[in-house]
Design a protein around this ligand. Sequence first.
Ligand code: PMP
Length: 360
Amino acid sequence: MAFRTLLRPLARSYATSTLGYGREVEGFVGAVGNTPLIRLHKLSEETGCNVLAKAEYMSPGGSVKDRAALYLVKDAEEKGQIRPGGTVVEGTAGNTGIGLAHVCRSKGYKCVIYMPDTQSQEKIDLLRLLGADVRPVPAVAFDNPQNYNHQAARYAKTLDNAIWTNQFDNIANRQAHILTTGPEIWEQTNGKVDAFICATGTGGTLAGVTRFLKEKSDGKVECWLADPPGSVLYNLVENGKAERAGTGSITEGIGQGRVTQNLAQDISLLDGALHAPDAESIRMVYRLLDEEGFYVGASSALNVWAAAELARRKGPGHTIVTILCDGAYRYQARLFSRVWLESKGLLEAIPEKLHRYIVL
Ligand code: PMP
């Protein structure tokens, strides 16, 4: 009796949840999405706002790209472009490939990943462990026909029953976020969200969430881009000129040199952009670890820095939502290495009291 009484409140809290937690889901693909929306308490206190972050690093493949991977494959299935036993081909240096490799294992497809040969051995190993056929190719610019994306596209054409998922320009990527991430944020905040901000790689997350929140709120929710050095999008959003702001960045998976098809339809809906220096992103990697207990990568940290910055601009009492894209595990040999931080000139960006985390 005492045991049942103890259990009851827990059972009730599961039963009232409209999200996936507590309910059985079907396989790997059923577990994608429905991530928690986490209030970052220190940053919320500091800014007087609700700074909320969607924990995409908790997705079963470990990143926000599981959603895109799933919808890219689903879309091809629905259009009859791939049948059981087929092959999924993509050019990707990171999380999309990992997401696709998981989805392909779960659905029984073969997975071929073309990537630039500059990528870390850890990423190649992980993709191979997940059953993907990994093909490192020389790292050349997008306008060179030997670029990894073009090689992926050409190879898919040589196969029967195969697709090139084309994450940058296939808008099934953006659709994943219109249909899942956006509605989840709306539901988890009971529609009380004042602003959304995040960085973009393909643009799928920012465009999809922006489209949904703008439509749902009659344009009231502000949507902002957070952009790293080396990307052209900050200048494009702020002053209409697609010019690079600064040179390269330490943040992997984000920053863009062109307007992808995923971004094209929604970039005009954005209310503004923030330029995020690497020093702020790396400092936030360490702050999130020390103050909030999160072990997340640099794009997540950039997003959180930008959300806090936007909160300061808007003033107390607002709810700002952003994305924790993936964990720090894939980057730890760099982000927590003194030698690497020094080589990037970023050691000084990390306050002395946080140097105890520099253990590699
Ligand atoms: N963060 C990381 C670590 C990523 O790998 C990506 C995708 N390249 C993003 C953020 C950006 O997501 P999107 O492609 O939806 O713009």
